[in-house]
Design a protein around this ligand. Structure first.
Ligand code: ADP
Ligand code: ADP
Ligand code: MG
Length: 725
């Protein structure tokens, strides 16, 4: 039966173009599929085989790898939208907060599924938005948002605000172009570096200076507006735990927030959105002072955020669907009082980065990827699969885990278990860091603040523990059974690994084999030596094989620390073991079943042809821990590599990660002071300043501006020192 004309919902679009890549592009495609909307993907040359390309109904290449030549090419995206007859949704990153892009689409008669360009413009400027907010009665952090950008004025402003202050790029986002300054002496250098990063990321180097709040929480409100002037708030999210001013774990609702403050916060966020006639999905970010319970407007992001799934989990809404409804001209699906708030949700961002190396981004292939099974309480937002490459050109976000529970404790438990089951080999990730974080007592107690990681650094970075006897046993048995299996199947015998062990292969003693494992401290680092903390030998003695039961072994494990003292000696008898998956070993030890994932990885050694290098890494995922063991190559090979690499390592500066050389600040022959900036690198939109570790004269420069360098690559060399320091 036909509904009343004015109540009849407008149809959603037939086809949408997703101007993005990775997990978010895949997430939008899922909603589109659910609604019967056709999808168009765009991709750069390195992304031709990407997951979002495979999931979409149509896909078009928009150019070479660098974003500026592909995903940021407005003209190409518009041309493809026109050609394919699609409306455009960018979500976050790339062209999402680009008012020009929104205008360009409008002029072509294509719908930009996002806010009006006027709102993007007002809110895209951290200065202008603060003026609008002040007028609308929304409190702002005290600071200078003016146009006099001279360093003398900015310094004077900083002094009148009082240190510490925060310099921010006016058009900034994603933590870029932001510097904390504690004293007047540091101001000019920080300003220069903020401006440089701002220029690169946002093509504009205007900055603002504001009071740095020392113990804040980051609390933000999800808002939504429609074309009829309605605006609702879909509760808040706490995103306080950050590194480099960027979020890594978010939750909804904010823990321990007083209901009165919550209502006030949501009211202010709605007022903020109404002040700019907001339509679509937006986030109003506040900084919340833990000491005074005051909150201040920080910025408004005119997009759906990376962390929107936590809001979706507690409200049971699909916010991409809301965006499509609103952009089609339909009213908001729910009114303010109808928006549910059910339980608690967390999002953990899985990044390609090395937390123990100052969270610097990493790139490389996902050689092995095994993820926890999704369930009603666990969402997996993925954009890459095993074999995909995490590229230097884009954000290092690999995926997101979103966990829901009836309360915070339950949600945290779901998240913790999922992190334990998330296994990656091939590049560094923050998975173990997130696990440690999620099990930290202060985090569990909800004592979050933006300085959380710094404050709890020692607890969050425990010294790497040497592997346990159990871990070493599992690794040795995995290799034993795999090798026996390989031997048996290649000789065409019954391929059942435990009934056909061929111990003839084990040399002298027919049924015994010894393994040497070195324990690496920095797992996942490629192409260079990581520190070794201990060396273990595992002796595996097989019981005589019977055809009916799994093979049984006796084990003797000895561990010697790198200082040479024996730290462990353990004998385990009658362990029953079988291979239960391509990378899985299941053992029965004193009547308890232990399942372990073991992923072998041939260690690339640039100095040695692969055929000669038999050094191999074993990544062992055991009891929620990940341990990397190295089976060392013959000693003549490693000493050869040391000769070649050792010299270079000691007297120069090397790239800590794959990156692009942005600037070289020194000249050959120059006397460089300790702490002086030498080379500036950029990787995945993050700038890193490499500084001299001590005074010295520069001997040579082995890189050039604009060059792409690999991890561990020599960049500059210092003169040999005659006198001791
Ligand atoms: P905030 O800017 O407040 O940190 P988000 O955490 O939502 O908000 O987003 C962080 C930033 O990361 C975005 O502004 C965007 O520039 C970048 N970003 C996130 N995901 C992507 C992506 N898939 N592609 C490009 N850029 C992205
Ligand atoms: P971006 O656009 O890069 O996300 P924001 O203005 O949202 O920049 O700030 C990012 C983060 O920096 C915040 O989440 C918060 O942790 C921190 N921050 C921002 N402003 C302040 C401030 N005035 N005092 C202390 N910390 C701040
Ligand atoms: Mg922000």
């Amino acid at each position: 039966m036909p509904a009343h004309k004015s109540h009849e919902p407008k149809p959603l679009f037939d086809k949408i173009l997703i101007a993005n890549r990775g997990e978010i592009a895949c997430r939008v495609i899922r909603t589109a599929k659910k609604l019967g909307i056709k999808t168009v993907a765009v991709y750069s040359e390195v992304d031709s085989d990407a997951m979002h390309v495979h999931m979409a109904d149509e896909a078009y290449c928009v150019g070479p790898a660098p974003s500026a030549e592909s995903y940021l090419r407005m003209d190409k995206v518009v041309e493809i939208a026109r050609k394919s007859g699609a409306q455009v949704i960018p979500i976050y990153g790339f062209l999402s907060e680009n008012a020009k892009f929104a205008q360009l689409l409008a002029s072509e008669g294509i719908v930009f599924i996002g806010p009006p360009s006027s709102a993007i413009m007002s809110m895209g400027s951290k200065s202008e938005s603060k003026e609008i907010m002040t007028k609308a009665g929304v409190p702002c952090v005290p600071g200078y948002h003016g146009t006099d950008q001279s360093s003398s004025n900015l310094l004077a402003q900083a002094e009148s605000i009082g240190f510490p202050v925060l310099i921010k790029a006016v058009l900034g986002g994603g933590g870029k172009g932001m510097r904390i300054v504690y004293s007047a002496e540091e101001f000019n250098q920080a300003l220069e570096s903020a401006k440089r990063e701002a220029m690169k990321s946002f093509s504009d180097d205007s900055v603002l200076v504001e009071k740095y709040i020392v113990r804040p929480r980051h609390i933000e409100v999800q808002i939504f507006g429609d074309q009829f002037g309605n605006v609702v708030g879909l509760w808040e999210r706490d995103c306080s735990v950050q590194r480099r001013h960027q979020k890594i774990i978010e939750e909804a609702p904010a823990p321990g927030l007083d209901e009165k403050i919550r209502a006030d916060l949501i009211g202010k966020a709605v007022a903020a959105a109404k002040a700019v006639n907001y339509v679509g999905a937006g986030t109003v970010e506040f900084i919340f002072d833990n000491d005074t319970s005051q909150f201040y407007f920080m910025e408004m992001n005119t997009r759906l955020q990376v962390e929107h799934p936590v809001t979706e989990m507690i409200t049971r809404q699909d916010l991409v669907q809301w965006q499509l409804e609103v952009a089609s001209g339909n009213p908001l699906p729910l009114s303010q009082s109808e928006i549910p708030r059910i339980g608690h949700a967390f999002e953990a961002r899985i990044y390609a980065e090395n937390p123990r190396n100052n969270f610097l981004p990493d790139v490389g292939p996902l050689l092995y990827l095994s993820t926890p099974p999704p369930s009603p309480s666990l969402r997996l937002e993925e954009g890459f699969r095993q074999g995909s490459n995490i590229e230097v050109f884009y954000d290092p976000l690999i995926s997101k885990l979103v966990a829901h529970g009836r309360n915070r404790t339950e949600a945290l438990r779901v998240l913790g278990k999922a992190l334990e089951e998330y296994h990656v080999v091939g590049l560094s990730t923050n998975i173990e860091f997130l696990r440690t974080l999620a099990s930290n007592p202060n985090f569990i107690a909800g004592e979050v603040e933006t300085g959380f990681i710094e404050k709890h650094r020692d607890a969050l970075f425990p010294p790497p523990a040497p592997p346990t006897a159990e871990t070493l046993t599992q690794a040795a048995l995995y290799v034993t059974l795999k090798e026996a299996f390989a031997g048996a199947s290649s000789s065409g015998e019954n391929p059942s690994p435990w009934s056909t062990l061929q111990f003839r292969r084990f040399g002298g003693d027919l049924s015994s084999q010894e393994f040497v494992f070195q324990h690496e401290t920095v797992p996942g680092m490629r192409g260079r030596h990581a520190a070794v903390t201990s060396t273990s030998t595992v002796q595996v003695v097989a019981h005589p094989a019977t055809s009916s039961s799994p093979q049984t072994f006796d084990i003797l494990v000895k561990t010697v620390s790198d200082a040479g003292s024996e730290t462990m000696k353990t004998a385990i008898s009658a362990v029953t073991a079988r291979i239960t998956g391509p990378n899985e070993i299941t053992t029965l030890l004193n009547n308890s079943k232990i399942v372990t994932t073991v992923v072998p990885q041939a260690a690339p050694n640039p100095q040695v042809p692969p055929s000669q290098s038999n050094s191999e890494r074993l990544h062992v995922f055991h009891g929620g821990e990940r341990i990397t063991l190295v089976r060392p190559p013959p000693s003549w090979l490693s000493s050869l590599a040391d000769d070649i690499l050792g010299d270079a390592r000691s007297k120069g500066i090397t790239a800590p990660m794959p990156s692009v050389v942005v600037d070289i600040r020194v000249q050959v022959g120059e006397q460089v002071k300790k702490g002086q900036a030498v080379v500036i690198l950029e990787s995945m939109k993050t700038e890193t300043v490499l500084r001299a570790e001590k005074d010295g004269k520069l001997k040579s420069i082995a890189c050039s501006k604009g060059e792409m360098v690999g991890e561990g690559q020599q960049l500059v060399m210092f003169e040999e020192e005659d006198s001791a320091e």
